[in-house]
Design a protein around this ligand. Structure first.
Ligand code: GUN
Length: 289
């Protein structure tokens, strides 16, 4: 079993980005600038956006967090988006999801200028991705394929089961892996809550991408010997022995599944750090235009 070390791979990518930023500075140019917008007090979201801003600063980007009250109206958020779209000092920005229920997330995502949409969530960018055109690839799916590539894992002709059909992870990942590209060409099944015979599908899978947000959902009995496991889950489970009162676990029961796997991502330290590294990469690409 080989551990897919997302932390180390992400560090490599961040180091390359840092070098690019240093080059820009020596040329007397301004540095890329990423803005993160958060509405409300979701503690997990706050921790994610803080990590994103911190990572930006580590590679030498400008970055700041715009943290709005939970009762911010849709109109106010749309106004902010208009400003960010026209602010030439902002290369890219993200609106952290989920948004409070009174705000229509689709309306917000549609308002983001596609060229500043470093999350790759705008329909124009999603459409390009689907059509195999050059575009901004959402950070988590981009991180997954980059990790697969970094370890030389073959996807061509392989049976992949993606667990979870979210717009952020499952659906774009299923599309990417099915594209006629070096990291694609897989036979992909996108499984979800209405899928029948999931156990049979999983047992036939060469590669499983678990992104359903259910702690330890995938167990050893569900996977075949030699399977490649990409665990996207970041679930908080109570743990009184930890100072913060919880620990993070994936969607896969790592301890029992790992011995059967050929490759597996740990949680934490797998897909999570890759997501942040690819967001930085997307920001650099948006900066370069
Ligand atoms: N919520 C969970 N993942 C993401 C992400 O990659 N981007 C944004 N904007 N919100 C998220």
């Amino acid at each position: 079993m080989i551990l897919l070390d997302g932390k180390a791979t992400a560090l490599q990518i961040k180091t390359e980005i840092k070098e690019s930023v240093e080059q820009l500075k020596t040329e007397g140019k301004r540095v890329p600038n990423l803005i993160a917008v958060l509405v409300g007090e979701n503690t997990a979201s706050l921790s994610y956006v803080k990590s994103k801003v911190k990572a930006c600063n580590m590679v030498g980007f400008d970055s700041s967090l715009i943290h709005l009250d939970a009762d911010t109206t849709e109109a106010v958020l749309l106004d902010l988006i208009k400003q960010l779209n026209t602010d030439s000092t902002v290369d890219g920005y993200i609106v952290q999801l989920p948004l409070p229920k009174h705000i229509d997330a689709n309306k917000i995502l549609l308002a983001v200028a596609p060229e500043k949409d470093v999350d790759g969530f705008h329909p124009v960018n999603m459409g390009k991705l689907t059509l195999n055109l050059e575009t901004i690839i959402p950070a988590t799916p981009y991180g997954i394929i980059t990790l697969i590539k970094a370890y030389g894992i073959e996807t061509k002709g392989k049976r992949v089961v993606v667990l979870g059909r979210s717009n952020i992870v499952g659906r774009p990942t299923s599309i990417l892996l099915s594209l006629n590209k070096p990291y694609g060409n897989a036979t992909v099944t996108l499984a979800h809550s209405k899928t029948k015979n999931l156990d049979k599908l999983l047992l036939e899978a060469d590669i499983i991408i678990a992104a359903i947000g259910k702690p330890h959902f995938v167990t050893a009995a569900m996977v075949k010997e030699g399977v490649v496991i990409i665990d996207v889950g970041i679930n908080r489970v109570e743990d009184a022995s930890r100072k913060r009162g919880y620990r993070l676990v994936g969607d896969v029961a790592f301890d029992t599944v790992a011995p059967k796997a050929s490759y597996i991502t740990p949680v934490p330290g797998g897909v999570g750090p890759m997501t942040i590294a690819m967001l930085l990469k997307n920001t650099l690409l948006a900066y370069k235009g």
